[in-house]
Design a protein around this ligand. Sequence first.
Ligand SMILES: N[C@@H](CCC(=O)N[C@@H](CS)C(=O)NCC(=O)O)C(=O)O
Length: 196
Amino acid sequence: MKPQDIVAGKSSLWIFGYGSLVWKPDFKYKRSKMGYIKGYKRRFWHGDSFHRGDDEMPGRVVTLIEEDDACTWGVAFEVTGSQVEESLKYLNVREAVRGGYLTRVVEFFPRGTNQSPVQALVYIATPDNPIYLGPASTEEIAAQIAVCKGKSGHNIEYLLRLAEFMRVSCPDVDDPHLFSIEAAVLTTMRPILLAG
Ligand SMILES: N[C@@H](CCC(=O)N[C@@H](CS)C(=O)NCC(=O)O)C(=O)O
């Protein structure tokens, strides 16, 4: 199913967030559910020269990388009525125009028993994206995040809020990629913060 098909004439739509959307949706929605999608892993492999970086020093934000046995936890937001058009208009600017993300349709599995999966729209930056940065070591990613900031704030805030969200909302989910980068940034920043 194409994204436009899931949206066409819809009075209700689910939008899956796995990065800044989990802690800052900034659009009106009817309800939200914790849950996951299959076949993708979350990685800090996308560049950002607007929200958390600039043209000289692009920040690193998350995208989804296809991997058969992977799953990524996040939040799905249900928008209904006028919220559908309002949220898509807002996210098109925030995610597509300023962030370089494309839309895809995924199957979202809400957490909990007796919850049926639903089709959801997701914003994803693919490797052919001009500001896609790709894989790097934990230390390299942490060093980049530690020094970048953009119009929405520091790249460290983006990292720590996502890590905090996962610890609080998905305490039983391990995310070695996310938490190893968080630990590396805090190790880098600790002497600087304590020296002050
Ligand atoms: N599409 C992912 C990632 C979204 C994301 O982090 N997008 C960036 C654009 S580069 C953003 O909106 N940043 C806002 C901010 O950093 O406050 C999601 O569903 O959460």
